[in-house]
Design a protein around this ligand. Structure first.
Ligand SMILES: *[C@@H]1O[C@H](CO)[C@@H](O)[C@H](O)[C@H]1NC(C)=O
Ligand SMILES: *[C@@H]1O[C@H](CO)[C@@H](O)[C@H](O)[C@H]1NC(C)=O
Ligand SMILES: *[C@@H]1O[C@H](CO)[C@@H](O)[C@H](O)[C@H]1NC(C)=O
Ligand SMILES: *[C@@H]1O[C@H](CO)[C@@H](O)[C@H](O)[C@H]1NC(C)=O
Ligand SMILES: *[C@@H]1O[C@H](CO)[C@@H](O)[C@H](O)[C@H]1NC(C)=O
Ligand SMILES: *[C@@H]1O[C@H](CO)[C@@H](O)[C@H](O)[C@H]1NC(C)=O
Ligand SMILES: *[C@@H]1O[C@H](CO)[C@@H](O)[C@H](O)[C@H]1NC(C)=O
Ligand SMILES: *[C@@H]1O[C@H](CO)[C@@H](O)[C@H](O)[C@H]1NC(C)=O
Ligand SMILES: *[C@@H]1O[C@H](CO)[C@@H](O)[C@H](O)[C@H]1NC(C)=O
Ligand SMILES: *[C@@H]1O[C@H](CO)[C@@H](O)[C@H](O)[C@H]1NC(C)=O
Ligand SMILES: *[C@@H]1O[C@H](CO)[C@@H](O)[C@H](O)[C@H]1NC(C)=O
Length: 772
């Protein structure tokens, strides 16, 4: 290991530690400070006086404007950027920090924080999820999600792409109240609305990046025959809910930076505007593949907008982020959000590396040119120089190496894998072996490279480097073997999927679930690969493989659409509970789901996979649900120690925490359980309530696995239901077993699980105990 650590430097960007400074405004007219250059956009949450009611939005806007020193800047530009209606009670406006300070004395101002940026974080996945068009099942039962509107907050979409055709899609429900940016024939019954927001302006929602086209089609793309990427993974592509409607809100935009090249970012103010409009347009589900880690709940606009959504029965689904495998760098961790991590599937687009010593290693690539299958070619490793540049094949790293006709070894990181291929190609290399870093583990990508490539796992990279160091004239051959199914182990947690414990939500287990998020095939706005044809008409079948919790999120948004079609009376919390308690935790071989960043056979922790891998068919009929009313989260927020104003910024109604029954986080009626125990607090009892949504007359018996050193007692241990909708309370007492070495265990996290089992239904919750 030591040798390798010297070979692979830590080369990933830690931009996810960016903090979002928060100003709290606790206290009439503010004096303007005359200097536009010191202005920045702030998001200001305000509380309307009890006596006031706004009949028209114009009145609300005027009230918002009354908080501003005046309406324009020196340049004549309006100060008000957005006046929000639904997502928050408040606005985004140009202000100086001094003006914001002065607002402290203004009645009604709750919380304000500067605008910041959020990061953007299939032929096959419906089948992998157990969705099948030909049999009875959740697709059939839910009419493929018909009548449901999925609002996608992303980079927009590609007009005309066949995934967004409206063949066999009904007109949108009458409640739909959105609009289409284009006047004629772009939107249809599938893609019912589209709008873009950028820096306070309405802009075209056309996708120039691909991320939003990919996520939208993953959630609810229509069936497209003969979809493939460079000929790989050929099949019929479709979204998870292929008959649902899509409403597109473009808030993520491409920005170019000097240091990192092209990145996709969204301003918080624009994102909030997109969520605001989606709520107003009556979407049923929000799919949000963006976010920022380590945000405080009262200053996290996605959390606040999502709270507004659940009060309208809209289910917010959001990505956990891609900061794994490091602990506690996780986004969208509010308990009212369905937070999604990423897992692998059993499909690989195979590239085989055969080393000069005969050893065969399996890698991946989407680009498999006809007849390439190479002979043994010399290996060259610029990384022998042990600089960041040479280890990772950055531009210029091959200047002093003769790579012509050779296979170049490159570490993953710093720039995209495809860019590394471009650099190797420009230097005259014949092929590239992309080697995972230790923390990338076994997650490999099938990307549309521009040069023959094999992307290999860390353990295989280790073998290649060991071989390379053992011989002066190392060689390898790369051969391609196309699309392979049934690869084991699967599923497993992708190395990049963000992990808990969340440091912001009182130790509620996040992510909630994992879903397919590695090498997902979905619609793409243009051709990919070494020779993309840029003159293709927009209606061409163009697809791409993409990986990220961004890709996992729309799978779950599609599942939510199906559940909402089938169970229109279920609350957002009930839908979330159904998906969580029916998630599975063993892979196809019956072994615990693994973690790609850990040695094979290491089970993924609850902080990596939450309640487990989504199972739409089981979620359609969960038996029992852990329900919550949006008011319950107010009790939770008060119990977390937020001030009244902070809670009001989220809840938008008057709150006096001293008068509500504050609860500690573990008492929230959540479908998973996490508690702290210590030498001082040797036992904790959590209360839960389940609601019968299964067969009317059913008896459930408790089953549990105790976390190591912890006793679990569930009271009562049997629940008898006689009617649908019936609710039953139970208590779970978690205590340190007498004689357990609590001192040794301090800081340790131990896991167990409990389930209510009826024979037909199995309602499972993970249990995590953190020793303090
Ligand atoms: C508004 O305030 C700015 C200073 O921020 C000042 O320069 C400008 O003249 C004011 N505009 C009006 C219309 O009062
Ligand atoms: C405005 O602020 C900028 C940056 O702080 C400063 O350089 C500039 O001199 C200021 N201009 C005025 C008119 O105060
Ligand atoms: C629909 O939107 C229009 C404006 O676009 C608004 O006036 C109206 O109140 C909305 N209707 C509903 C039911 O929200
Ligand atoms: C490469 O070789 C494998 C078997 O060694 C064969 O199955 C495959 O078709 C070949 N691919 C190409 C592109 O020639
Ligand atoms: C590498 O650098 C050269 C020269 O600066 C530039 O022309 C080329 O586009 C760069 N290649 C990549 C892949 O960034
Ligand atoms: C390695 O290659 C060099 C140059 O091609 C050659 O001179 C040398 O003998 C080779 N070494 C071995 C051990 O084959
Ligand atoms: C190549 O693919 C074929 C067909 O999927 C499979 O039978 C064979 O085992 C593969 N070869 C290797 C070396 O994996
Ligand atoms: C690109 O696509 C267009 C339209 O399908 C076709 O006419 C043209 O020949 C293609 N160009 C190349 C280089 O393949
Ligand atoms: C990856 O897989 C290999 C072989 O399947 C295994 O030996 C290794 O422990 C796994 N984990 C990592 C982090 O490479
Ligand atoms: C446990 O109690 C002891 C003695 O009362 C105290 O010193 C210690 O700080 C407590 N530890 C925790 C984790 O609360
Ligand atoms: C849990 O329920 C028990 C009995 O139903 C009750 O006495 C206790 O106060 C409850 N605890 C909390 C934290 O709500």
């Amino acid at each position: 290991m030591e040798i390798l650590h010297s070979i692979f430097y830590l080369l990933i960007s830690f931009s996810f530690f960016l903090s979002n400074p928060t100003l709290l405004l606790v206290h009439c007219q503010i004096k303007p400070i005359s200097n536009d250059t010191q202005m920045q956009v702030y998001i200001v949450h305000v509380q309307k006086p009890d006596s006031t009611s706004f009949r028209r939005f114009k009145d609300r806007k005027e009230w918002y404007a009354s908080f501003l020193p005046n309406t324009t800047l020196d340049s004549g530009k309006p100060r008000m950027v957005y006046a929000y209606r639904q997502a928050i009670s408040g606005f985004a406006a140009w202000l100086t920090s001094q003006e914001v300070e002065a607002m402290k004395s203004t009645d009604g101002v709750l919380v304000a924080y500067p605008d910041s940026e959020y990061d953007a974080q299939t032929t096959y996945t419906p089948e992998f999820l157990g969705l099948n068009a030909w049999e009875d099942g959740v697709w059939y039962d839910s009419q493929y999600g018909a009548g449901q509107i999925i609002g996608v907050i992303d980079t927009g979409f590609k007009p005309g792409h066949p995934s967004f055709r409206d063949t066999d899609v009904n007109p949108p429900p009458e409640t739909w109240n959105g609009s289409c940016y284009w006047k004629h024939s772009v939107c249809n019954n599938k893609l019912i609305g589209a709008v873009g927001y950028k820096h306070g302006r309405t802009v075209s929602p056309e996708d120039k990046n691909g991320h939003g086209t990919h996520t939208a089609s993953t959630a609810a793309g229509n069936f497209v025959d003969d979809a493939h990427v460079l000929g790989m993974a050929r099949g019929t592509a479709s979204g998870t809910a292929p008959k649902a409607h899509l409403a597109i809100y473009k808030v993520l935009h491409i920005t170019k930076t000097a240091s990192t090249g092209t990145v996709v970012k969204a301003l918080v103010s624009d994102t909030l505007r997109g969520i605001d409009e989606a709520i107003r347009n009556h979407v049923n589900v929000l799919s949000m593949s963006l976010g920022l880690e380590k945000q405080r709940l009262h200053a996290d606009s996605i959390a606040i907008g999502s709270y507004a959504a659940i009060t309208k029965g809209i289910v917010p689904v959001a990505a956990a982020a891609n900061a794994g495998p490091f602990a506690s760098v996780i986004a969208n961790d509010a308990p009212w959000i369905l937070t999604v991590g990423a897992s692998t599937t059993d499909r690989r687009i195979r590239a085989i590396v055969k080393l000069g010593n005969g050893m065969e290693l399996f890698g991946e690539t989407a680009y498999q040119p006809e007849g390439f299958n190479s002979t043994q070619l010399p290996l060259v490793y610029p990384g022998v120089r042990k600089t960041q540049k040479t280890l990772n094949c950055l531009n210029g790293s091959m200047d002093t190496f003769d790579v012509k006709g050779k296979i170049v070894l490159c570490g993953v990181g710093h720039i995209t894998n495809i860019e590394k291929g471009e650099i190797v190609k420009a230097a005259g290399g014949a092929a590239m072996i992309l080697m995972n870093q230790p923390w990338n583990g076994n997650t490999t990508f099938s990307e549309p490279h521009v040069i023959p490539t094999a992307h290999v796992s860390f353990s295989d990279a280790w073998k290649i480097i060991t071989y390379f160091n053992s011989t002066p004239n190392g060689t390898a051959a790369i051969t391609f073997n196309g699309t392979q199914y049934g690869v084991q182990p699967s599923p497993s947690v992708a190395y990049f999927s963000s992990r808990g414990p969340s440091l912001m939500n009182g130790n509620i287990i996040k992510p909630d679930v994992i879903a397919p998020g590695v090498n997902i095939l979905a619609a793409w706005p243009f051709e990919v690969g070494p020779k993309p044809n840029h003159t293709l008409p927009p209606t061409t079948h163009t697809f791409n493989f993409e990986s990220g919790t961004s890709m996992a999120t729309p799978h779950v948004a599609g599942i939510v659409a199906m559940l909402k079609n089938n169970h229109p009376d279920w609350s957002p919390a009930a839908i979330k509970s159904a998906i969580m308690t029916t998630a599975y935790t063993v892979d196809v071989n019956g072994k615990p789901i693994g973690d790609d960043s850990k040695p094979t056979g290491t089970p993924a922790s609850a902080y990596a996979m939450g309640s487990g891998h989504v199972d739409p068919t089981a979620a359609n009929d969960p038996g029992l649900v852990y329900d919550l009313h949006h008011q319950d989260y107010i009790h939770y927020l008060c119990g977390m120690g937020f001030t009244d104003k902070q809670v009001e910024a989220i809840g938008r109604g008057k709150v006096q925490c001293s008068k509500v029954r504050a609860i500690s986080p573990e008492q929230l009626n959540y479908p998973s359980i996490a508690v702290y125990l210590s030498a001082n607090t040797t036992e904790v009892t959590v209360n839960r309530t389940v609601t019968n949504v299964g067969d009317a007359v059913t008896t459930y018996e408790v089953k549990y696995d105790e976390p190591e050193g912890v006793r679990v007692e569930v009271m009562p241990d049997m629940l008898e239901f006689s009617r649908a909708g019936q609710m039953k309370d139970f208590r779970v007492k978690l205590s340190i077993k007498p004689g357990s070495p609590t001192v040794r265990m301090a800081g340790e996290v131990v896991e167990g699980q409990m389930a209510w089992s009826s024979g037909k239904y199995y309602v499972r919750s993970p249990i995590v105990v953190t020793m303090q």
